[in-house]
Write a protein that binds this ligand. Structure first.
Ligand code: PEP
Ligand code: MG
Length: 923
């Protein structure tokens, strides 16, 4: 009875909707329809010529991946939408006279170019191939469709290795007396029929299965394969690298096939509404006549530019330009598109907000802002700190023509890369793991090369244009890339690349040779070219005027907006006047962390050694007074470089044994001397005794930070005195010093109470009128949890997130990255190292708690962050949300942090307002 009621209730519920016709969707539905499906729907709504079709949702994919079954009702929904499609097109799937053919493509929310599967020409089979030939009056074409289907279905759905088809294709050409690399278009109908049969045999022998002869089954198999490709290895690697969550799933679009492989008046192409490499206005793209979509991006044949396409087919080109302008106007951003021309008729197959280089991102955002197409907040949302970091990488020094490139290709992704030549992805990974810089050289890349592309400093290909797989993927990940170097004959098997033309003809690059590639102008050099700092860095440094450079001007403009928009301040971690001065030039508003231990190393080490070994008060006083002089000079320099801005001096932190010789080495030295009856200086034995005394099994958790200050008499007092005297001296010189004292590694409020009392006493001794605030580093969980009491003695907090992460996770910050991190990333224990990006659930909870509790005691408590996370974009957004006042990071990261601080305000305001702009994802 109960079960019946339940069943009835279920029957009354409308079934979940898993399929949307293109006419039913829109661009904002990317979560459900994937980027491709959502944008096809948007183009359909805009009235652009999109072949009709429908999209199966990401929800259906998630269901399939979770349960291994298609959701109930999906089959029926697909059948209904297919029937609609058949009605619209006037053709039926499987019709022997006039068969409908469809493509089945993946499309996740975030673009993952080439990482998942596509099957074209679903619907061609033994029963329909003749009808297809008749319908188009082209038998060759029909068999070309069929062999492509068998090849793609075999590889994608049935897992047949791609090389088997490649080999058979070469054999077919050779049998016809053609060269192995002759274009596929040279094969006639008979050859393609034979090739199709050969492909079918390969499928049968390799997989034990057949490509189904029933088109509806082909469709079902392809949809499942696309779902499964979400969990494929290369898709997972790509997601990890790009920070795309694993649980989104992919949508599947099913679209009426239009054919670019119908002869010279047909073709297929890709385009950008602006140059994706430089951001310069003007359309860019590649076109290949008599070809299907995959041929363009795979780089198997060299392509025409869009301009050349314009002379080939002026009408289609004019229409294309019109649609591209419509799209850019609509999305208010660089769009990339895929299109096909079928016997002179243009069809738009895809659009999306296009991937671009870092330089292009800044330039496009600034241009659109200047044109009034987007506002300041939107412009900030279009660029990222990581992109700015890329623009700060060095580039090749101009040689004035002294070093000539041996070859030139297409400048596909900018940057200067120097490394050893490698010819396989595996080799790239292995050599990079051994610490070498490598350049991956391939005839063309395919998605299996992804691990090698990630490992390499740069990528070089012999074939393919700006939109080839290598170019798109390299740009996406900020890797330098030169592609389509046609004058290089690349022999991957033997690991050589030979220059075939020009002045360097005959030059051979062999695996392991040092080469340089310039992704900004496409040059390839068979030597190491020196690199110089980027124009953006030169601009920050104030060397010359780079404002004529459009990228530098764009960076300057967007940083200006970011500074205005930011709530978080940005300071720098700097311990020398030179670093402090650079940080200031880069826009830091003070020093958030000066690590004084860096001032104790080098030739000062013996003095510290003397302090540690001192037997008498006098010896200790002598060592301290020598250190005092040196520290005073250090602080004076820092305060001068940051005059008028806060300088936070952190008192000595590391374990004292770091200043002493290694215990084992010293023990062995003395043992060997004793065994061989050599004399040993008494001071060496004293040193050994001291080293033993200070030795700890676990120094990171031992005598460091405030513990040191409380245990070694006079040490912190000396540092405070040096700082106080430096302040007085600076003031005497007319400066405006603004120093703060910070106590490290505090776990308990009473530790801070003692250290602070001593600091205040010394400050008062030096000058009763001196007001210097004393704050604390929150870098132990106990300090975070007891922040309410700690704040009673702290005039400010600064999170030391390096130690806080180490002690919260119980993982050594010095060792963890090497040993088990790769496995942990693989298992998904974390998606990024917690030492690189703040762990919001664990460490982040402590940060939030400490902010809240600290301000219970002192509502106006100033709070900063000075661990590595202070320069990490995702962490900066977290700190903004957590109510921190400033972040502090290394000088070179300061511009990145400024930009992200501004972006954090914009994105937080938008989230609060619940706004989501179309196409503003800059991932
Ligand atoms: C920290 O622990 O985050 C910190 C800034 O201090 P250090 O890295 O010097 O230990
Ligand atoms: Mg620390």
């Amino acid at each position: 009875m109960k079960a019946d009621t339940h069943g009835a209730a279920q029957r009354n519920q409308p079934p979940d909707r898993y399929v949307y016709d293109f006419a039913d969707g829109k661009a904002t539905m990317a979560d459900l329809l994937g980027g491709k499906g959502a944008n096809l729907a948007e183009m359909t709504r805009l009235g652009l010529p999109v072949p009709p079709g429908f999209t199966v949702t990401t929800e259906a994919c998630r269901h399939y991946l979770k349960t291994g079954r298609l959701p109930s009702g999906l089959d029926a929904q697909i059948a209904r939408h297919l029937a609609l499609l058949e009605e619209t097109t006037g053709r039926r799937l499987g019709d022997v006279d006039d068969p409908l053919l469809v493509s089945v493509r993946s499309g996740a929310k975030f673009s993952m170019p080439g990482m998942m599967e596509t099957v074209l020409n679903i619907g061609v089979c033994d029963a329909t191939v003749a009808g297809l030939a008749k319908r188009y009056g082209d038998e060759r074409f029909a068999w070309d469709c069929y062999r492509r289907l068998v090849q793609m279905y075999g590889r994608t759905v049935l897992g047949v290795p791609a090389e088997e088809f490649e080999r058979a294709l070469i054999q077919a050409k050779v049998r016809k007396g053609l060269a192995a690399d002759a274009p596929d278009t040279a094969l006639d109908a008979d050859a393609l029929r034979a090739l199709t049969r050969h492909f079918q045999r390969i499928v049968r022998e390799s997989s034990g299965q057949e490509v189904p002869q029933i088109p509806r089954e082909q469709l079902g198999g392809a949809v499942r394969a696309v779902f499964e490709s979400w969990d494929g290895k290369r898709a997972r690697i790509y997601r990890r690298r790009e920070g795309i969550p694993d649980d989104l799933g992919t949508a599947v679009t099913v679209m009426t096939m239009v054919f670019g492989n119908l002869g010279a008046d047909s073709g297929t192409g890709v385009g950008f509404t602006r140059d994706p490499a430089t951001g310069a206005p003007g359309v860019y793209g590649d076109y290949l006549s008599d070809a299907e979509g995959e041929d363009v991006v795979s780089g198997v044949r060299n392509t025409l530019t869009l301009e050349q396409f314009g002379t080939l087919d002026p009408d289609a080109y004019r229409e294309l330009r019109r649609h591209m302008a419509t799209l850019e106007e609509h999305y208010r951003d660089l769009c990339d598109i895929e299109f096909t021309v079928e016997r002179g008729k243009l069809w738009m197959l895809q659009t999306r907000v296009g991937k671009r280089t870092a330089a292009a991102a800044f330039r496009i955002a600034a241009n659109l802002l200047a044109d009034g197409r987007i506002d300041e907040d939107e412009a900030l949302s279009r660029v990222t700190g990581e992109q700015l970091a890329q623009l700060m990488f060095p580039c090749f020094a101009p040689s004035g023509g002294a070093v000539a490139p041996i070859a030139k290709g297409i400048a596909a992704s900018p940057g200067a890369a120097v490394g050893r030549a490698v010819f396989s992805s595996a080799d790239a990974v292995a050599r990079a793991a051994a610490g070498e810089h490598v350049i991956l050289i391939r005839r063309e890349t395919n998605p299996d090369d992804l691990p090698g592309m990630i490992a390499a400093s740069g990528v070089l290909t012999g074939r393919g244009g700006k939109t080839s797989h290598a170019a798109v993927v390299a740009r996406g990940m900020g890797r330098t890339c030169v592609c389509g170097v046609e004058s290089l004959e690349i022999d991957e098997q033997n690991g050589t690349a030979t220059v075939t033309r020009g002045a360097s003809a005959g030059t051979v690059i062999s695996a392991g040779d040092l080469i340089s590639i310039d992704g900004t102008d496409g040059s390839v050099y068979d030597t190491e070219i020196p690199v110089v700092s980027s124009p953006v860095v030169e601009y920050f440094e104030g060397h010359g005027s780079q404002t004529g450079d459009p990228v530098v001007a764009a960076v300057a403009r967007l940083l200006q907006i970011a500074d205005r928009r930011a709530r978080l301040g940005v300071r720098a971690n700097a311990d020398t006047p030179a670093d402090a001065a650079r940080a200031r030039r880069f826009g830091a508003h003070g020093i958030g962390l000066a690590r004084t231990e860096h001032m104790f190393l080098g030739d000062r080490r013996p003095i510290v050694e003397r302090l540690i070994l001192a037997d008498t008060q006098q010896d200790r006083a002598n060592a301290l007074s020598r250190l005092l002089e040196l520290q005073r000079a250090d602080f004076t320099g820092l305060l001068a470089a940051m005059d008028g801005l806060p300088v936070t001096v952190r008192l000595l932190d590391p374990p004292l044994h770091e200043f002493l010789p290694d215990l084992t080495e010293l023990s062995v030295e003395i043992a060997v001397a004793d065994a061989t009856h050599q004399p040993v200086e008494p001071s060496r034995r004293e040193l050994l005794a001291a080293v033993r005394r200070w030795h700890e099994q676990n120094p990171m958790l031992g005598l460091r930070g405030v513990r040191l200050g409380l245990v070694v008499p006079g040490l912190y007092a000396m540092q405070v005195r040096a700082l106080a005297e430096a302040i007085v001296a600076r003031r005497g010189d007319g400066g405006a010093p603004l120093a703060h004292i910070m106590i490290p590694l505090v776990a308990e409020a009473h530790e801070l109470e003692l250290a602070r009392a001593e600091a205040k006493r010394v400050l008062h001794e030096v000058d009763p009128g001196l007001v210097v605030s004393v704050g604390v580093m929150i870098e132990l969980p106990r300090a975070a949890l007891t922040a309410r009491r700690v704040a009673e003695y702290a005039e400010f907090f600064s999170f030391g997130t390096n130690d806080l992460t180490q002690t919260t996770w119980g993982m050594s910050r010095d060792d963890a990255e090497g040993a088990f991190f790769p496995a942990y990333l693989e298992h998904g224990v974390f998606s990024a190292s917690p030492f690189g990006t703040i762990d919001p659930d664990g460490v982040g909870t402590l940060v939030r708690a400490a902010v809240k509790r600290g301000r219970w005691t002192r509502p106006d408590l100033e709070i900063g962050v000075c661990g590595e996370h202070g320069g990490d974009p995702a962490s900066i957004h977290f700190f903004h949300q957590a109510g921190v006042d400033y972040v502090s990071c290394s000088p070179f990261r300061v511009p990145v942090a400024r930009l992200e601080a501004g972006r954090a305000s914009v994105l937080a305001d938008r989230a609060a307002a619940g706004a989501g702009a179309v196409g503003s994802d800059t991932r």
